[in-house]
Design a protein around this ligand. Structure first.
Ligand code: ASP
Length: 307
């Protein structure tokens, strides 16, 4: 049997063990395990990497714990503006959407753009119009309301902050998934609500192919989480793939160089998950923690939160 595997993240940031309750830890661990399982089962049965990453992300988007889909942060106007992207490493096809409102599962809309439009990136009302045309599910504002995010937003507006923070601690709750299927195909996907109190149509790295998401069967699949303004300029996801392709680096060397050296020197906090065409998985981060997990064929799933 050919090796396969999947990895997911639920965001990086100042996630400190001494600030965490056992109960919260269990909730996150369970959520990551569920997402991993949903994706793993698809690949185990011979399904493709694109479907696996989409399914894993949908699971995380439906969970109010994460800053994507249902649990997305509030923007300046008190709305939820959602960004997502997906890439198929076999054909180098990609789909992305940004600044959409009321889309229940943004990742599914991104996949729809990839598979059923002649474009790569749609935004705002245009993307919503495309979603209606393709019969993608919408959800009312109430669906996206969570008390915790509301309080964060209240705090941010009161203090005029545009924040990646989370009650004083930096935390990026974006979700991502990368997978290698039994046919040797790679895929990556990322979904986010962006940052609390964002305005002016701010878009981070998550929906940008090459910055927050990238997949190429020749090298690897990558999904990032961190301070988008830096990740965009560092073209993080593509940088990992390029180091492998042009410098013959191993996945471990490339991800370590980008996350623990280049991004640190640049002043960027965050991390990424990556899988290569051999099924190797790396999940480096330069923040205190990152919600993450992976499941390789013929092994047990692994979930971790702290360093
Ligand atoms: N990268 C995301 C953004 O800047 C934030 C995150 O990773 O949570 O929009």
């Amino acid at each position: 049997m050919r090796k396969f595997g999947i990895a997911v993240h639920g965001g990086a940031g100042t996630i400190l063990q001494d600030k965490m309750t056992r109960e919260k830890e269990d909730i996150y661990t369970q959520a990551l395990r569920e997402a991993l399982t949903v994706g793993y089962v698809i690949i185990e049965k011979g399904g493709n990497a694109v479907d696996a990453v989409e399914a894993a992300i949908r699971c995380l988007e439906d969970n109010p714990c994460f800053n994507a889909g249902r649990g997305a942060v509030f923007n300046h106007e008190g709305k939820h503006e959602l960004d997502a992207s997906i890439m198929d490493g076999k054909f180098l096809k990609a789909g992305a959407i940004s600044c959409v409102k009321n889309i229940k599962n943004p990742i599914t809309l991104a996949k729809e753009v990839m598979q059923h439009s002649e474009h790569v990136f749609l935004c705002a009302e245009g993307a919503e119009e495309f979603a209606r045309w393709r019969g993608i599910a919408f959800a009312p504002d109430e669906y996206f309301f969570t008390t915790q995010r509301y309080e964060q937003w209240q705090h941010a507006t009161a203090n005029e902050l545009m924040q990646l923070d989370h009650g004083g601690e930096k935390k990026f709750g974006t979700v991502g998934a990368v997978a290698l299927d039994q046919q040797g195909n790679l895929a990556a996907a990322t979904s986010t609500g962006g940052i609390t109190n964002k305005r002016f149509g701010r878009v981070g790295d998550s929906p940008m192919i090459g910055a927050g998401t990238y997949a190429n069967n020749r090298t690897c699949a990558v999904s990032c989480t961190g301070h988008g303004e830096y990740f965009i300029r560092a073209v993080v996801a593509y940088d990992v793939a390029a180091l492998m392709e042009y410098k013959d680096m191993l996945l471990k060397e490339a991800t370590d160089l980008v996350v623990n050296h280049k991004l640190v020197e640049f002043g960027a906090e965050g991390g990424l998950i990556a899988i290569d065409s051999f099924g190797n998985i790396e999940m480096p981060f330069n923040s205190k923690g990152m919600y993450r997990g992976y499941w390789k064929s013929a092994e047990e799933p692994v979930i971790a939160i702290y360093k």
